[in-house]
Design a protein around this ligand. Structure first.
Ligand code: F6P
Length: 554
């Protein structure tokens, strides 16, 4: 099968040139004035799909901007790229792989073929295997070595084998089934391991070793430590299989580790780690919220897939969000993107998007290996509101950088408490409003005069009180954070990231930069531990190795 390559250099497309000129014309564009002169602006620039409402009216755009951005998508042959993604073309050219995470949420009866083989039956076989396990654990049929039911599940995994499942199982805490608590062990850090295991009893704990490759250092070290912990506390070796299962595409390595073949949940090389929460990597999610809710999550993502493949580009939520990101990153010089969920349960959303977006689009060559000469993936940062308002929002309002922000907020809370949720929602809207509206010098002066300050004081303080405004943000409102809505939300961002990669012509599905650190880590470790006595290739690394060796107490 041929590797999928975007044939274009995006900067040479007519729409790119037109957007450059248009950007100059937009220098004096004022969102405030645009709202004042167009009462329909909210209606014009908002849309709903899959239970999500996107308000993108508070952006530095007019109809012409959108028209040109959509032309850019068309001239980049985005439609063909979407088609290539969904039909299993080798969109991950450097690894020679398809990226068919969308097949994981396809209902039975659909067909997604890779090399002539329909993937849907195997996807549903694994879903069935997951259903059985969840049912046995929840009903108490799956028991530990001392015949006690499992009450604690520990997912040992990192990156995509951690961030997605953690996001979802915590975001859907109100849907948690009684009886099983999920924990996550990711880092190679004894403190994390000790803190977690101190709260666990090996008799009632099930470890899921979750690693697509089954070769990730952090995961394997933690899995070995967990096995030692289990044995040290009296767990019989012959009963290990009651406490250790695995999710991996490397069955041989999992069996070598000591996991029984029937306790291995397969995944496939056509699913990227950061897109894998929909596969058996989502086992801790299913154990936490039950298989029906897990299927609802898949249904929400599938609904977004349908929207993405069927809606016209100008009314397509992931496409619009991606185009806005390109507009700011490539034409306004924005270097980062703030993700600001106003919901306690979405507190890990930004972390998941950091991997999803930055590991996907942190690239500087195109699919064909030629270097890009424009910005690609932005820095993704942010966190839960209102907390951020009392920390980093100051920089959004008055800093020197233009930072587009996505506010994500549910209309309904699962924990109504006095008028907390009304205030939370109000704060979300007013932050977005403040970013757009700002406060002019004249308004700042008028406020100070109204307080009775003398003119010298007014002039001294007004520049500090002035807020530039005209800063872009989206609001994404969900009815509530439920499995369907969350599935749609996560899939929305997956597709947004893909659209950007397709327009830029880069590969969103490899991560070679990460591999270099892993390779070098071996040599540094061997020198730290004295297994290798040749010096490191640079004085800094060697000096630091020396520093460690002189002071480390073992
Ligand atoms: O280090 C990067 C990475 O390869 C991610 O892309 C991946 O999600 C993570 O490591 C974990 O990989 P695995 O599931 O193979 O352990």
């Amino acid at each position: 099968m041929a590797y999928y390559q975007q044939p274009h250099d995006v900067t040479s497309l007519p729409a790119w040139q037109a957007l450059r000129e248009h950007r100059e014309q937009m220098n004096d564009f004022s969102m405030r004035e645009a709202f004042a002169s167009d009462p329909e602006r909210f209606k014009r620039f908002s849309l709903s799909s899959c239970g999500l409402m996107l308000d993108y009216s508070k952006n530095l755009i007019d109809e012409k901007t959108l028209g040109l951005l959509v032309q850019l998508a068309e001239q980049s042959q985005l439609g063909e790229s979407i088609q290539a993604l969904f039909s299993g073309d080798l969109v991950n050219a450097s690894e020679g792989r398809a990226a068919l995470h969308t097949a994981l949420r396809s209902p039975i009866g659909r067909s997604v073929k890779l090399n002539g083989v329909d993937l849907i039956p195997q996807v549903h076989r694994v879903l069935h295997q997951m259903t059985e396990l969840v049912s046995r654990v929840h009903s108490g049929l799956w028991r530990g070595y001392s015949d006690k039911p499992i009450t604690e599940v520990v997912n040992i995994g990192i990156g995509g084998s951690f961030l997605g499942p953690q996001l979802v199982s915590e975001a859907l805490r109100p849907f948690t089934q009684r009886g099983v608590r999920c924990h996550y062990l990711a880092n190679i850090d004894g403190s994390e391991f000790r803190e977690l295991t101190a709260r666990l009893d090996p008799e009632t704990t099930l470890f899921i070793v979750s690693s697509k490759s089954f070769s990730t250092l952090e995961t394997l070290k933690n899995a070995l430590a967990a096995r030692d912990w289990y044995l040290a506390l009296g767990g019989p070796e012959a009963e290990l299989h009651k406490h250790f299962i695995a999710v991996t595409s490397n069955q041989t390595a999992a069996i070598e580790f000591g996991i029984k073949a029937e306790n291995i949940f397969p995944m496939w090389d056509w699913v990227g780690g950061r897109y894998s929460l929909w596969s058996a990597i989502g086992l801790p999610i299913a154990l936490a919220i039950g298989i029906s809710n897990f299927k609802e999550l898949l249904a929400g993502a599938y609904a977004m897939d349908q929207h993405f493949t069927q809606a016209p580009l100008a009314e397509n939520m992931p496409v619009l969000m991606a185009l806005l990101g390109i507009w700011y990153g490539n034409f306004w010089g924005a270097k980062s993107q703030a993700i600001l969920p106003y919901d306690h349960y979405l507190r890990n959303f930004t972390k998941h998007l950091q991997q999803l977006d930055m590991e996907s689009n942190g690239k500087s060559v195109r699919q064909d290996g030629s270097p890009v000469d424009f910005s690609t993936g932005p820095v993704i940062w942010g966190g839960v509101g209102c907390n951020g308002q009392h920390a980093y929002h100051q920089l959004l309002h008055q800093g020197t950088e233009l930072i587009p922000a996505d506010f994500i907020v549910p209309v309904n809370s699962f924990s109504p408490l006095a008028d907390h949720h009304q205030w939370l929602f109000a704060n979300c809207l007013s932050q977005s409003q403040a970013l757009m509206h700002g406060k002019t010098q004249a308004e700042a002066e008028a406020e100070l005069r109204a307080k009775g300050l003398d003119e010298a004081e007014v002039q001294r303080l007004a520049p500090h009180k002035m807020v530039p405004g005209n800063r872009p943000s989206n609001i994404l409102a969900l009815n509530r954070i439920d499995p369907f809505g969350l599935g749609a939300l996560v899939a929305l961002y997956e597709h947004k990231v893909f659209v950007q990669s397709a327009i830029w012509g880069i590969n969103a599905f490899d991560q070679w930069g990460v591999e270099l650190g892993k390779e070098l880590g071996q040599g540094v470790y061997q020198r730290l531990t004295g297994q290798l006595d040749t010096p490191a290739s640079d004085a800094s690394t060697q000096g630091l190795i020396q520093h460690f060796r002189e002071r480390h107490r073992g």
